[in-house]
Every structure is written in C-alpha cells, then in structure tokens.
Design a protein around this ligand. Structure first.
Ligand code: ZN
Length: 144
C-alpha cells in the first residue's frame, strides 16, 4: 500500500510504499527526506496542503523565535519526532513568518501543537510538553 505524503520542503505530493517509510524515502522533485525523524520547517502553504492530503499523522509545532517556552520545547519536540519516525511526521511553523496561521488555525497562544490526520485537525495541545507526553499524545493517533 502506498501512502500519500506531501514534501514538507517543496510541497510536491509523493506516494511512498508503507514498507519503505523507514528506508529514508525522498521527494521525487527536490530530493528532501520525506520521513527523516527530525522536525521540518514548513511554510503556511505547504502545511495547508499536507494537512489536507497526507496519510500519515502530521504534528505541527506553532512557534516563534521570541517565545521562550517555544524554545524550551524545541528539543523535546525533536526527540519525539525521532521516536515517532515512520509513524508520524513532525513540522514546525514559524507564526511570525506566517501571521495568517493565527486566524486560520484559531491560535490563541504558543507553543501550540496541532495534529492533522486524514485531512483534518485530529487534536491540539497548548503549552510546553515533554517528549514523552508528545509521543504518547501522537501514538494515540497512529493506532486510531
Ligand atoms: Zn520536495
């Protein structure tokens, strides 16, 4: 079975055989890794597309450079991304670079995690979370 994954770097739609998710699949257009186990910076437009079409859960950290708690959570988010490699993808959206995200996603404060799955928002969690909590929170989606 092939899984639809949007390249988080260039926005290209890719199809990846499920059994190849752990084998470092790359975007057919730009060559960026599709399931690297590390958080990827994503633009607003690419996020919109990925959130709509991706068939693997996508966990997005809405953050900003001025936000101290966001910076505190960054290494925890990265750890969680590594543990969830091949089961979910992790992305970061800089809310300063994409101010339209505030209204689009109803963001009241950051850091904010939103998990997208099957073309819609599956759940959200505000505030700083440790890696173990993020993994547990995301795992619920993978089995759902
Ligand atoms: Zn690409």
């Amino acid at each position: 079975m092939a899984i639809k994954l949007t390249c988080l770097a260039c926005g290209q739609a890719n199809r990846v055989p499920a059994e190849k998710l752990g084998a470092g699949p790359k975007c057919g257009v730009c060559g960026a890794g599709l399931a690297t186990g590390a958080p990827v910076d994503v633009s607003f437009d690419v996020l919109e597309k990925a959130a709509r079409t991706d068939e693997l859960p996508l966990v997005v950290d809405f953050w900003a450079a001025w936000c101290g708690p966001c910076r505190m959570m960054a290494p925890e988010f990265a750890k969680a991304a590594k543990q969830m490699q091949g089961r979910a993808r992790f992305a970061k959206l800089d809310t300063e670079a994409a101010p339209q995200a505030g209204a689009r996603y109803g963001i009241r404060g950051i850091p904010l995690l939103i998990a997208f799955h099957r073309g819609r928002e599956a759940k959200r969690q505000a505030g700083v979370q440790p890696a173990a909590k993020i993994v547990e929170w995301t795992s619920g989606l993978v089995t759902a």
